[in-house]
Ligand binder design. Structure first.
Ligand code: HEC
Ligand SMILES: [Cu+2]
Length: 351
């Protein structure tokens, strides 16, 4: 691209991309529409820093423009040298002190809120959930209730929920932009953060630390329900007894047998057993997604069971069980899709 036409074209393209990319946000996956405590505090910090930095930018541009216009070399001044002011103590002092004050104004609230979100001193009075990040899925263990879930995290609206986060392999990062800030999930130490959601709904979570080939598919959901629905969900999950659960249909029954025969149970628990090699499949029929990001249809589940590698490269299920044929995959899918433990579902939450 040459000349000013090229520049105009480049500018037009950049503006177009900027407009296009602003459309990328999903309503329940944006830090700019906060629906929880951490997100709301982050938003305040975003506004504070934007205003301050915007102010600095404006002042600099105005002074620059003024100087450029006011002190231009005029006709007849070709050899004129203006008064030299380098090394001015007053100026140097002013432009050292002002930035320091501005940085302090931004640093103090940022530090306070970071410590506040990590403060677990009253955690005993609230819900405590162990969160484990795994390549490429999330596990949740409700400490007091003894409930295990994966991928979908149910919490009550308007209550503090403490998350104790650890990784089973590499570093991940837990991020539900609409509700909370980010927190690293490390293999060596437990990081604690609390979240509190202000509105019922289904919120998107993301892994925010590059962790392998399927990092960008390591999605999960936080399902915020009313207090009554939460209690109902807890009771249903606790009372569920996989031993007593009879599959709905003959096909699902065959699927259950195939599930038991094909090594699936080495990695997947149904019920509150603490097997954690793969996602816990209790209540799988009510999942918002399959493998974290695929629509929960039977076709997608069959595709997953036949070739998970195609869907999530590098996942830890591939090749660890006998290859399933169409018929077997269909039957297992039928069984898993009818595993519904409770009437509290993502659809029952007003979105
Ligand atoms: C070696 C352990 C292992 C074996 C054996 C195994 N899986 Fe998995 N499975 C996993 C892991 C790990 C994941 C998570 C993959 C990911 O999302 O990265 C997974 C994911 C799944 C999911 C998606 C879960 C969700 O929460 O969306 C289903 C369904 C599933 N497996 C079913 C099966 C079935 C059926 C079998 C037996 C035919 C089986 N698995 C055998 C480890 C295993
Ligand atoms: Cu990750």
């Amino acid at each position: 691209m040459k000349g000013w036409m090229g520049k105009i074209k480049a500018l037009a393209l950049m503006s177009f991309m900027a407009v296009l990319l602003t459309g990328c946000g999903k309503e329940n996956l944006t830090a700019l529409v906060p629906k929880g405590y951490g997100a709301e505090e982050s938003m305040k910090l975003i506004i504070l820093t934007t205003v301050i930095m915007g102010g600095v930018f404006l002042v600099v541009i105005v002074v620059l423009a003024y100087v450029l216009i006011r002190f231009r070399r005029k006709k007849g001044q070709e050899n004129y040298i203006p008064k030299q002011v380098e090394g001015s103590k007053t100026l140097e002092t002013i432009w050292t002190i002002i930035p320091i004050i501005l940085v302090i104004i931004m640093a103090v609230p940022t530090t306070l809120i970071s410590f506040d979100l990590a403060d677990a001193s009253d955690s005993k009075d609230h819900i405590n959930i162990d969160v484990t990040g795994n390549q490429y899925w999330w596990h949740f263990n409700y400490q007091d209730e003894d409930i295990q879930t994966s991928q979908d995290l149910y919490i009550p609206v308007g209550e503090k929920v403490y998350l104790n986060m650890i990784s089973s392999d590499v570093i991940h990062s837990f991020w539900v932009p609409s509700i909370s800030g980010k927190m690293d999930v490390n293999p060596e130490n437990t990081n604690t953060m609390y979240i509190e959601a202000y509105e019922e709904g289904v919120y998107w979570g993301k892994c925010a630390e590059l962790c392998g080939p399927s990092h960008s598919l390591m999605d999960f959901k936080v399902i915020v329900v009313s207090k009554e629905e939460y209690e109902q969900w807890v009771a249903d999950m606790k009372n569920y007894d996989p031993e007593k659960d009879e599959p709905e249909s003959a096909v699902a029954k065959e699927g259950k047998d195939l599930f038991e025969e094909n090594n699936c149970m080495a990695c997947h628990a149904i019920g509150s057993s603490p097997v954690e090699v793969g996602p816990n499949l209790t209540n799988f029929g009510n999942r918002t997604k399959i493998a974290g990001f695929k629509e929960p249809t039977k076709e997608n589940l069959v595709d997953w069971l036949k070739d998970p590698e195609e869907i999530k490269p590098g996942n830890l299920m591939t090749g660890k069980y006998p290859q399933l044929n169409d018929d077997e995959a269909e039957k297992i899918a039928e069984y898993l899709m009818q595993l519904k433990v409770t009437d509290v579902t993502p659809e029952s939450v007003n979105n």
